[in-house]
Design a protein around this ligand. Sequence first.
Ligand code: HAM
Length: 421
Amino acid sequence: MSETPKKTPITAIKGTKDILPSEVKKWQRVEAAARNVFDLYGYGEIRTPVFEATELFEKGTGETSDIVTKEMYTFTDKGGRSLTLRPEYTPSVVRAIIEHRLYLEAHPQRFFFFGPMFRYDKPQKGRYRQFHQIDIEVFGEKDPAVDAEIVEMANALLQKLGVSGIDILVNSVGCRICRPDYHRRLRAEAENIFDLLCEDCQRKTVTNPLRIFDCKVRGCRDASESLPKITDFLCPDCEEHFRAFCSHLDRFGIAYRIEPRLVRGLDYYTKTTFEFVTQSLGAQDAILGGGRYDDMMKQFGGPDMCGIGFAMGMERFLAVVPDRDEPATFLYIVHMGEEAKRISMDLARFLRGRDIGCLIEYKTRSLRNQISRASKLGAAWIVIVGEDEVREGRYQLKNMATGEQRAYSREEIVTAVRRPG
Ligand code: HAM
């Protein structure tokens, strides 16, 4: 008899992960806190497609960025179009604003967004190929007060969720006026240390020397210490913007560190850049990154409207948000006998119709067995439906936290369960 071949189960793709019900509660708590904070600061939710024309990211994220050169999930669809699963959100929002002429509405415009991103990165702890971002973007406001406000807003979210041990790094990467001069000086000096740089950074001396500061290779980090810093080359406008941004943070009482190496991995930044980093996640230490991008809208053929925003990596952020016991809120109906089961099904429907979450036992088991199952599942309440209850139309309601038990009518159950505590 031939042996049945062993089937290899299909597993999730490398760099992606399932978010199981036991983890989802925490995701929802973080998302709810973010929605609440963003609402307080006047942000509205926007949702855009998961895939876009490849050109959008080439133009927006930048042709010399690692994301575009190495990490995009690009494919040709059946109509022969080159499409890309979004690796980040910012270019998509800018596209949507131009396409729907939202720029004609009152400024500044504030958006937030939650969703998956895709980067063909090398998977490791805190780095995935499908990951999720909470993103915010503001358009049409040049005042550095808004730069400080978004940092303060991110900080407020961290505080709301009890996150500590975060360092805030800030920098200015200049603008199209001051950066060309700086680039020339940087390129010239980078050529002097060319032999000390890794192959990737040697290429960057030609394509985008600023990106050398981003390299994690020890030799490059040491060698680049001697390179000129952008903060010494800022034009008066960028210098004043950065000074005002920092002084607003000082007034908010937000501790930060000026980090001239903070150039960020995307091509579009102008003036302010910032990152929130933690010591607790190893190499993938940035939980949030952002900055100003005053030229993108114009480059996309829209009006000359500035933008600023940040994105928070959900997987990394969740790792630093303290866990919390999620209190059970549902009610479990246990019953004895066929008639009681039918009544229980009606009762469940009645309670759900009044926004009370409830489960019902389907199998015929002993009462003890059903109660122990309810308790294992973490029910907050148990309703017992037996012959007496069916006859009298009153049901035993047990509070699992206090052990208190009393007979109630259907309507009284609704009131008792809704009552806090
Ligand atoms: P980003 O620095 O590329 O910026 O990403 C923001 C955050 O996403 C990072 O700080 C990190 O927490 C998370 N992240 C990035 N790549 C991965 C990955 N492979 N696995 C897990 N988490 C990751 C942006 O995406 C910009 N669009 C931010 C922005 C918005 N700037 C202006 N507006």
